[in-house]
Design a protein around this ligand. Structure first.
Ligand code: PLP
Length: 394
């Protein structure tokens, strides 16, 4: 037996364990202090009533011989795929339902999609980055090129034709930077991908936070994208499914090369290695697209959007440079006073008992930056902002 020694090349991620370690040490030394967490990327609001009702209904169906469900279609039930297709149509995107594949979340599909691509592909990822893109390709032994996301380009790197890439990762609105591409910017990426005969792996996990019409809610709102882009979506942040687990990936039929079709390959891959998302979960997910369900999830998203606005307003008042906050649940700020990411982390923990995420944990260009998230409660967000203001103006 020979192990996949590429695993030796995966950088250990100490980011969240380091954070936990420092916070635990602080609370042990200061048991009387209340620590506020604005570092988490997980939602805090419960599932909406329409989803809960649909889940209960599906559980009851499982209890009766007439309505019991065994194995379902690996690529998802038609009722959910059709609902998703309807939502795309409302965004002005025309898809066929068999271009939509239901999964247990975007993370799995982002890793699994690599089964479609030869090891001999050059991968282009932004720095800073959601670590999954880097680690999954490192496991497969692929060559990775980083493109710099910096304050100068608003953390939205644009194509450089002198760089040859085959697989391009774009995430918009972005984790960790909160920055989001306009449709015009994405068109430049689509043009680049078509010219290089590359594929764009477009992570739209945070699309529900987009409110500006100039920004994309789907890469397919850009002409030509169906020929070169696979889109990854999730119910996690849209509808609070981080623990319930459901997502979907769009693999257009028009992505073809070497006599192979990405859509057919993905169907083959999924039918071979995946047995589908539970019927109960898919019923819950479908409820998100009913009129009532949509109204309810929008109310939850609005809570996080308001938190983001409150944090962004605080940065404006303090004259701190940041991206995100609007069209995104993340606020990516430049650490004040030229502090490093971890220096600011300790300063904020010691001085305000507020926990965020050091930008350095997401790549070299994250050094000197810091991520705050809008997924806490309104009360915690307001208190944290008040403490940050006090600390930085005293
Ligand atoms: N993509 C990005 C950019 C994320 O930040 C996350 C989760 O935080 C995911 C994908 C994972 O989504 P899911 O919960 O659907 O696996």
């Amino acid at each position: 037996m020979k192990f996949n020694t590429n695993f030796k090349n995966i950088a250990e991620s100490y980011l969240f364990s380091d954070i936990a370690h420092r916070v635990n040490a602080y609370t042990a030394a200061h048991p009387d202090k209340k620590v506020l967490r604005l570092g988490i990327g997980d939602v805090t609001l419960p599932l909406v009533p329409s989803v809960i009702e649909a889940l209960h209904g599906a559980v009851d169906e499982m209890a009766h011989k007439e309505t019991f469900k065994g194995y379902g279609p690996e690529q998802g039930y038609a009722f959910l795929k059709d609902s998703i297709n309807g939502a795309y149509a409302r965004k002005g995107v025309q898809l066929e339902s068999d271009e939509i594949f239901i999964s247990d979340g975007a993370k799995s599909d982002l890793g699994n999609i690599l089964d479609l691509f030869d090891r001999d592909n050059t991968v282009l990822v932004p720095d800073p980055v959601y670590p999954v893109y880097v680690d999954t390709n490192t496991m497969a032994g692929r060559k990775i090129i980083f493109m710099d996301a910096t304050a100068e380009n608003g953390f939205l790197p644009m194509p450089d034709y002198s760089v040859d890439a085959d697989i391009i990762y774009l995430c918009s609105p972005n984790n960790p930077t909160g920055a989001a591409y306009t449709k015009a910017q994405l068109k430049k990426w689509v043009d680049y991908a078509l010219k290089k005969q590359a594929v764009i792996l477009y992570d739209a996990a945070y699309e529900c936070f987009v409110t500006d019409d100039s920004l994309a809610r789907s890469v397919y709102q850009v002409e030509g994208a169906k020929k070169c882009a696979v889109e990854f979506c999730s119910f996690s942040k849209t509808a609070g499914f981080t623990g319930t687990r459901c997502g979907y990936t769009v693999v257009p039929k028009s992505i073809e090369a070497d006599g192979l079709s990405a859509n057919k390959m993905w169907l083959r891959r999924q039918t071979t290695k995946f047995n589908g998302v539970p019927y109960i979960v898919q019923k819950g997910a479908a409820a998100v697209f009913t009129e009532q369900g949509e109204r309810e999830i929008k109310k939850n998203i609005a809570v996080y959007q308001e938190n983001a606005r409150i944090i962004a307003e605080c940065m404006d008042e303090l004259g701190i440079w940041y991206t995100g906050g609007k069209n995104s649940p993340y606020i990516w700020l430049k650490c004040p006073g030229g502090m490093g990411s971890w220096e600011f982390f300790d300063y904020l923990l010691d001085g305000a008992q507020v926990v965020g995420t050091p930008g350095a944990g997401f790549g070299k260009n994250g050094e000197g930056f810091f991520r705050l998230t809008a997924f806490g409660s309104r009360e915690v967000t307001e208190e944290a902002v008040a403490r940050i203001k006090k600390l930085l103006t005293e």
